[in-house]
Design a protein around this ligand. Structure first.
Ligand SMILES: Nc1ccn([C@@H]2O[C@H](COP(=O)(O)OP(=O)(O)OP(=O)(O)O)[C@@H](O)[C@H]2O)c(=O)n1
Ligand SMILES: C[C@](O)(CO)[C@H](O)COP(=O)(O)O
Length: 234
């Protein structure tokens, strides 16, 4: 008897947050006196039925023991890598022996605490019977300019945005396929900044599932207050 695939969660949290210009890695900055990482994990784990959650951490992480998630038996940790893709691949390897290659894995940035439960449910419902998987994304709403290569950024062209989307997370793929895609992409030194780009490099066309544009990634200092406002309204 074939069993239905399970759902696993990976929340990469091994970054140092250079662009945040903070002494503390941004996943450990606080909103409403809670680590951003804890907010993100609770908003995912409390709203979907995951078989397990793997959080890749920096080898230099000194904050994890003070997190609420450290005491949550649904959450495991492993050591991340130098780039986000390395951390995700490390987490996939850490799940070997627990997860089946045909199970689904959702990968969600620790730095995106504003994930809405409706988007999470819609992503899973839309893709659970799809052969490849896909990602939350939102159509580009601004006019996009391509800069020239000079020291002072000047407009070289206005880009046709009619078919352009901003990739968000979670991104949802089969564990075995994603592991192979990441290994191939990293071996070929492909510029991989999300799971979808690795799957695309392997010849797949992931599905774009429209999500809320307020599922922002905390990246620069101004994002912190914005995320706090969004969370206060969710
Ligand atoms: N080697 C890395 C780099 C990033 N991440 C995680 O991937 C998510 C998105 O990456 P990004 O926003 O780029 O985070 P940082 O790399 O920390 O930011 P920066 O590029 O400004 O240093 C974050 O939750 C981050 O912790 C990770 O697990 N391992
Ligand atoms: C995965 C991601 O959040 C999708 O937009 C983005 O690619 C992460 O990029 P970063 O440079 O690692 O923040």
């Amino acid at each position: 008897m074939t069993t239905s695939p399970k759902y696993w969660l990976i929340v990469p949290a091994a970054g140092i947050g250079k662009r945040m210009q903070s002494d503390v890695p941004k996943q450990y900055l606080k909103l409403d006196n809670r680590f951003i990482l804890d907010i993100t994990l609770s908003r995912l784990l409390d709203h979907a039925d995951f078989s397990g959650c793997m959080v890749p951490l920096s080898a230099q992480d000194q904050w994890w023991p003070d997190s609420a998630a450290a005491g949550d038996d649904r959450v495991q940790t492993c050591t991340g890598g130098s780039e986000r893709a390395d951390s995700v691949l490390s987490a996939l390897h850490a799940l070997e022996g627990q997860a089946d290659e045909n199970d689904w894995v959702l990968v969600h940035d620790a730095a995106r605490p504003c994930i809405h439960p409706d988007d999470l449910a819609n992503l899973i419902d839309t893709l659970s019977s799809h052969p490849v998987g896909g990602l939350l994304a939102t159509p580009v709403a601004d006019t996009l300019k391509q800069a020239g290569g000079g020291a002072i950024p000047e407009v070289e062209a206005t880009v046709d945005r009619s078919r352009l989307w901003r990739a968000l997370t979670p991104q949802m793929f089969r564990i075995g396929a994603l592991k192979m895609a990441l290994e191939n992409s990293l071996a070929e030194r492909q510029p991989i900044t999300d799971e979808s780009s690795a799957m695309e490099f392997s010849g797949n066309m992931p599905v774009l599932v429209e999500g809320r544009p307020d599922n922002l990634k905390i990246t620069v200092p101004a994002d912190l207050a914005l995320a706090g406002f969004v969370l206060s309204r969710l």
